[in-house]
Structures are given as structure tokens and as C-alpha cells.
Write a protein that binds this ligand. Structure first.
Ligand code: MIG
Length: 715
């Protein structure tokens, strides 16, 4: 075992042999060797890390998983799996986000830099013990110490590098469905958005846009006119965002397949022949993203889309997802044929049923093929958890080569920590279930801890039929998630806003998002550039409040507002817990709200189906802009500010051009507003940057006593 000091609060431990390590490359710091050291928070027993917990310690992190924000009391596994059923009996979903944080008498974070399977038994088998089991005795751990959870996250995030920054238009509304079958169907979607004056920035193109699911092609019949439609929609400020799957169809008349084959760009079986799997296109080969040459090649292929004027991508099936392998399928078929004339008993019947069922996404496939890292072949399961990240990295770097200064929108499904630098993440195949709206709420802060900030779930749920109230309540939460996309699966009830009766309620909610755009962008950018949380659980800000520590259905955004979404059917309101007095705003329209000062403690709030609750924290402000039908059309000249003042409140509004990488700079504070209250006297001071276009400001000030003042200023 060796230890290295990374800095004052981060120590790196190499357990076992450093030669045997396949890491994620999330961190590239050697550190200074430490001669004498003690293990402070954990012990090691061969391939196990053991951490003792106190009764009241909470355990956070692990990114997108099932269950709560506090991970205590379950087993979680990092082994990226294409699992479309995110129920609480599961241990492993599509991700491997190996950062945990202990919050209690002792506070520290642990990042395990490892590319294969890790199992976390978090006080499941034994009440007060975390046992982390790896598949090898060699691994690297980083221990991050700091004064509180927020600072631990901040130090960790600094270590792993700045989170991905999308273009500003990525904060607009996205409509998706698997699958819009043709360009004319997409034009109809656009027409309906126009007819109902629903704001929108992006329409997603799912796999139907391809020719037989061959990546980097378009369907010659139904999507032949795509170049014209792209420019037509550009006039309307709507972008098309295609999906890119990982696998390549085996087809000798297909250039991508041929290039991949000629150059040995695919993962291979034990005989060094391309490994044959099956996915949407039928039989496929898997690009070997572990090989740097393959990364470059795949990245270059993006020109197919960028030449058409496309600047956003959605990356899917990068676990990599394998439906079955022809080899295994044939075994099952043989078995069934053999049983054809037999009088089979129930046991045999279930065995047949299971053998078919177990073909789908069976993790055993991952030990059947090999990756080549430029030097040697590595059995896939040793690099499994970095495969998804490497696809995202290859797309990010490919786009960087195409235009180094432009911000492209990239979001993907599977990943490990490290991918947070190259793209956002959507939370995969959820369901149109109320419990999955709640799961969406809980996943957000856990992902932020791991560096993933541009995140969101399929609003309304992907699989199963959605009800109107579910899609409304989900949209009303979704207006706060950086990735704001309604998406649903084939065969389910349509859930575009105009498919329901109360289109007006959808319109108000989406419009509210566009009124929050400057605020959300500002909060996002500040969080990304200073390694802070965009969504935090209450326990992060109120760590000494015992009850706040247990609240998992309310979130703080940035450090100004708290949200308490409705996530149950037929609801008319809910209880909220306030760790301090807050200003409760109930919006029925972006510029129409009721207000009430709510006192510290448990409170009931009415939340009718058409209203959106927002709480403003003491000495904080909520900033609204004039909404528009597209992010491009947002009026940059006027702001509406709601302030809940105790004594002194400051808001700094970040802004930049939203398109280039060059314009990104933490010091881009467009506007600084300071409001103070001494006795009953309100004072304010506004500072503008040279590039700030805002010339009118409308501030409404509330205090514990209620409304106090309206300030209208030309600035
Ligand atoms: O196996 O492309 O998570 O968003 O619509 C399903 C079709 C494949 C899974 C993605 C989903 C997408 C769907 N894909």
C-alpha cells in the first residue's frame, strides 16, 4: 500500500499493485509520496474496504441510483447495465459513479478510481458498516476531508475537473418521443407548438431517423429531406437533436461497418475476431472506444451531422447495451427445438422462459470480449465502467476538433465520473410512475455531488402510459432541471403538452421556465465554475438541523431558493419542512403569484394543479426575466426580482454569450444587486457590467412582516 498527498485535504491510496490498475482517468495527479501514514476512516481486507458508521451518519453520493439521497440501508453496484426498470429492488442501473460522502460525526468523501465492478453494501448486511467489495485486490482510493459536506463536494469536484458547460439554448424546452417516424410528423409537432404558443428550443430525433438504425445515416424515405428541414426550423429557432447509438450494424454495404472492420476498430472475441452482439440494428459490432484511434475515428464521423448544421447530440446504448448475442440465442433456439415434441413439465417450461429472458442484457457478455488500449488486449469487464464515458469523450473531442470554440449540446446515458467534463446525463429509461417523479428529485443532488450538473429525467416518464396530472406535476418540477426534456417510448400514450386537455397549465409551466432562464443559467454557471451544487439536499445547508437531514423531497437550488414539488396523484398540497422562515410564492403564471411568509418548522402548503411553489430563502432573491417562445428571443433588457430581506441580500447574475467557450469566465457578473434593510428602511444598490443590456429593474421586497416595497428603476 502506498499513500500520496494530493493537497492539504486530499490523500490518495494505492492498494495492491499499481501495475494491475485500470483507472477511469478522472484524475491525473500523482501527488507527493507519504512515508508514514495511517488509514483514518477505513480498513482494507484484501479486495474490501470497510468503513464503520455511527448511528446518525448519512451516506451520500453514487450519482444516479435507485432509492434515497441518503444511501444507508441498501446494496448498490457499479456495473453499467441497460436496465429499463428502475425499481427499488435493483442494485445496479446504467451508471458507475463511485463517489460517496459520509456526513455525521466524521465527514469525508471517498472516490474509488476503478474501471470495473464495485459493490457497496451500505449498512445493509450490518447496521453500522459499509463494506465495499472490488473485483481485484488492486485499486486506488482518494479520501477527501473538509469542514462540511459542501466543501467536501467542492474539493472533490475541483479534483475531477470542471463540469460540462452546454450552450445556453440547452436550457430551453426539448420535446422528444420514440419515435417520430418522419420529418412530416416532426413538422406537425412544430405546428402544434406554434398553434398553442408553447415555448420550445429542441426536438429530438430518436432511432427512427436512421436508415435501419445504422449510425451516421438518415432514413432515405422518411428523413430524406432533413437538410432542408433543419434550415427551415432554424428560422423558427428550433433545433433538431439526433440520437447516436454506440453499436455498428454488421452490413457489408455500410461504410462505417467497413471502415471499422478494415481498421480493427471493433471489440474482439477470444479469437481476435470482431465480437458479434445484437442491438437495434440486428447483429452489431461494438466500437472499441478504449482504443484512442477508435475514439478519433468516431469523433470525426460527427461531421455527418455538423455539416448539416446540427449542434446537439444525444448518446445512447453506451453501457454498451447488448440485447443478446447470436451465439447464446442459437443455444436457446436449439433447446426449444429439442423440446418441441416433448411433453414438458412446468420446471422445463420455466427454464425455457428464463433462458430466453436471460438473454437480454446479460452481464456475462461483458467477460466474453476484449478491448485494445493501443498496447494490449484487456478483458472487457476490467474496463466496462469506462466504456460509456469513453464514447462521450470521443464525441466531445471530435466536436472540439470540428469547432474548438463552439459549445455543443451533448448528453448521454451511461457513464462513470470523468464523463461529467464532456457532457450531461439523462437518467435513462424511467416510467410514467409517480414514484419515478420522486426518484428524479432524489437523483439530481446525488448526480451533482459526482460532477454531473446538466441533468434531467424523461419528463412524464419514458415507459408506460402517463396521466395528464403526472405530466403536469413532472413538468412543474422539470422547469428547474437544467436538462428539460419530455420524452416517451413507442407504444405509450402520447405525452406532448398539447395531447392533454389543460394545455394552458403546461403553457404556464413551460413559460415559467423561460422566465427563469437567466436565473437558471446564472445558477448553473456559478455552480459549474466554482464546483458547487446546483441542487442540494437540505442537509447540505442545514447540517445541524436533525430533521432537515431526513428531508429528501425538497431541494435547494443554488443558494437562493427551495423547491417542494408535488409527486403524488390527486394532490391538493403538501407538507414542507422549513429550517428557517422563508417567503412562499405560489405561481399560477410567471407574473402572477400569491405570497406568504412561512415560519420555521412544518407547514402545509396548498398546491393546486395549476400552481408552482417556490420558496425564497432569507436574504436571497429570485430573478425572473420576460419569457419568450425560444431562448434566443428572451428580452435581455428587463428583470423582475423578488427579494426576501432580513438585513442584507446580494444577488450576482452571471451571463455570457451562451455559445462560445471563450466567453466563459467566472468573473462575468452582468449585474450585482444589493438590497439592505435597516430598521424599516430599504436601500438598494445596483452595479452593471459594461456588457450588461439590462436597463429596467423591478424589485419586489418582502420581509418577515410581508410585502414592504416595490422598486422600479431605470438603470
Ligand atoms: O432500448 O432509441 O433510453 O431514451 O428512446 C431502447 C430508443 C433504446 C433507450 C433510450 C430511450 C430511447 C430508446 N433507447
Amino acid at each position: 500500500m502506498k499513500a500520496f498527498k494530493i493537497n492539504n485535504n486530499i490523500t490518495k491510496y494505492i492498494i495492491g499493485s499499481s501495475v494491475d490498475q485500470v483507472t477511469t482517468n478522472a484524475i491525473n495527479i500523482e501527488g507527493d509520496p507519504i512515508d508514514e501514514f495511517k488509514l483514518l476512516y477505513f480498513t482494507i481486507d484484501k479486495n474490501k474496504i470497510i468503513i464503520k458508521l455511527n448511528k446518525s451518519d448519512a451516506v451520500y453520493g453514487l450519482g444516479a441510483t435507485v432509492r434515497g439521497i441518503n444511501k444507508r440501508g441498501w446494496i448498490y453496484e457499479s456495473f453499467c447495465t441497460d436496465d429499463p426498470i428502475h425499481t427499488e429492488n435493483k442494485t445496479s442501473l446504467n451508471w458507475a459513479h463511485n463517489f460517496i460522502l459520509i456526513n455525521g460525526e466524521k465527514q469525508f468523501g471517498i472516490f474509488i478510481d476503478h474501471a470495473s465492478k464495485i459493490k457497496y453494501d451500505i449498512a445493509y448486511t450490518q447496521n453500522n458498516t459499509i463494506t465495499i467489495t472490488l473485483d481485484s485486490n488492486s485499486f486506488i482510493i482518494y479520501v477527501i476531508e473538509d469542514t462540511n459536506t459542501k466543501n467536501i463536494v467542492c474539493s472533490f469536484r475541483k479534483l475531477i475537473g470542471t463540469s460540462y458547460i452546454p450552450p445556453k439554448w440547452a436550457f430551453g424546452y426539448q420535446q422528444s418521443r420514440w419515435g417520430y417516424k418522419s420529418l412530416s410528423e416532426i413538422q406537425q409537432v412544430v405546428e402544434k407548438f406554434e398553434k398553442h404558443q408553447l415555448p420550445i428550443d429542441v426536438i429530438n430525433l430518436d432511432i427512427d431517423h436512421m436508415d435501419n438504425c445504422k449510425i451516421f445515416t438518415t432514413d432515405p424515405e422518411n428523413f430524406d429531406n432533413v437538410d432542408n428541414i433543419i434550415s427551415e426550423l432554424k428560422q423558427k429557432n428550433i433545433k433538431l437533436l439526433p440520437i447516436i447509438d454506440a453499436a455498428v450494424k454488421i452490413d457489408e454495404n455500410y461504410n462505417i461497418f467497413n471502415e471499422g472492420t478494415e481498421n480493427n476498430y471493433f471489440c474482439v472475441d477470444s479469437d481476435k475476431n470482431p465480437y458479434v452482439a445484437a442491438c437495434w440494428p440486428g447483429k452489431v459490432n461494438l466500437p472499441d472506444f478504449v482504443n484512442p484511434k477508435v475514439q478519433e475515428w468516431f469523433g470525426r464521423k460527427l461531421k455527418f451531422y455538423t455539416n448539416k448544421g446540427i449542434d446537439g447530440f444525444w448518446l445512447d446504448m453506451n453501457e454498451p447495451s447488448i440485447f443478446y448475442t447470436p451465439k447464446e440465442l442459437n443455444k436457446v433456439i436449439d433447446l426449444i427445438i429439442k423440446l418441441k415434441d416433448e411433453d414438458i413439465d412446468t420446471d422445463k417450461f420455466f427454464a425455457v422462459k428464463d433462458s430466453l429472458y436471460n438473454l437480454l442484457s446479460n452481464p456475462k457478455y461483458y467477460s466474453e470480449f476484449y478491448n485494445y488500449d493501443g498496447k494490449e488486449y484487456i478483458r472487457h469487464n476490467l474496463v466496462h465502467n469506462i466504456y460509456g464515458m469513453l464514447m462521450i469523450q470521443s464525441v466531445y473531442k471530435g466536436l472540439e476538433k470540428i469547432d474548438s470554440n463552439k459549445r455543443f449540446l451533448i448528453f448521454a446515458r451511461s457513464s462513470c465520473i470523468g464523463a461529467h467534463r464532456y457532457g450531461g446525463l439523462w437518467t435513462g429509461d424511467n416510467r410514467s410512475w409517480w414514484s419515478h417523479l420522486l426518484l428524479n428529485i432524489k437523483m439530481m443532488p446525488s448526480l451533482n455531488m459526482c460532477g454531473f450538473l446538466y441533468t434531467g429525467a424523461d419528463i412524464g416518464g419514458f415507459s408506460d402510459n402517463a396521466t395528464e396530472d403526472l405530466v403536469i406535476r413532472w413538468t412543474q418540477f422539470g422547469i428547474f432541471t437544467p436538462l428539460f426534456r419530455n420524452h416517451s417510448a413507442k407504444g405509450t400514450r402520447h405525452q406532448e403538452p398539447y395531447e392533454f386537455e389543460n394545455i394552458q397549465i403546461f403553457k404556464e409551466a413551460i413559460t415559467m421556465r423561460y422566465a427563469l432562464l437567466k436565473f437558471i443559467y446564472s445558477e448553473y454557471m456559478k455552480s459549474a465554475l466554482s464546483n458547487q451544487m446546483y441542487f442540494s439536499p437540505l442537509s447540505f445547508d442545514y447540517s445541524h438541523d436533525k430533521y432537515a437531514k431526513t428531508v429528501e423531497d425538497q431541494l435547494i437550488i443554488g443558494n437562493s431558493i427551495m423547491i417542494a414539488p408535488i409527486y403524488t396523484q390527486n394532490s391538493i398540497g403538501r407538507y414542507v419542512y422549513l429550517p428557517e422562515n422563508m417567503l412562499f410564492l405560489s405561481f399560477t403564471s410567471w407574473n402572477k403569484y400569491k405570497f406568504e411568509v412561512k415560519k420555521l418548522g412544518h407547514n402545509y402548503i396548498d398546491v393546486d394543479i395549476d400552481s408552482i411553489p417556490i420558496f425564497v430563502l432569507p436574504n436571497k432573491m429570485l430573478v425572473l426575466n420576460q419569457p419568450a417562445l425560444s431562448t434566443k428571443k428572451i428580452d435581455d433588457t428587463i428583470l423582475f426580482i423578488i427579494c426576501f430581506i432580513k438585513d442584507i441580500a446580494v444577488y450576482e447574475l452571471y451571463d455570457d454569450d451562451g455559445e462560445t467557450k471563450k466567453s466563459i469566465n467566472i468573473n462575468n457578473i452582468d449585474l450585482r444587486i444589493e438590497i439592505s434593510k435597516i430598521d424599516e428602511q430599504i436601500d438598494w444598490n445596483i452595479e452593471k457590467s459594461n456588457s450588461c443590456k439590462i436597463n429596467k429593474i423591478n424589485i419586489t421586497v418582502f420581509s418577515d412582516k410581508g410585502f414592504i416595497k416595490q422598486i422600479k428603476e431605470e438603470i
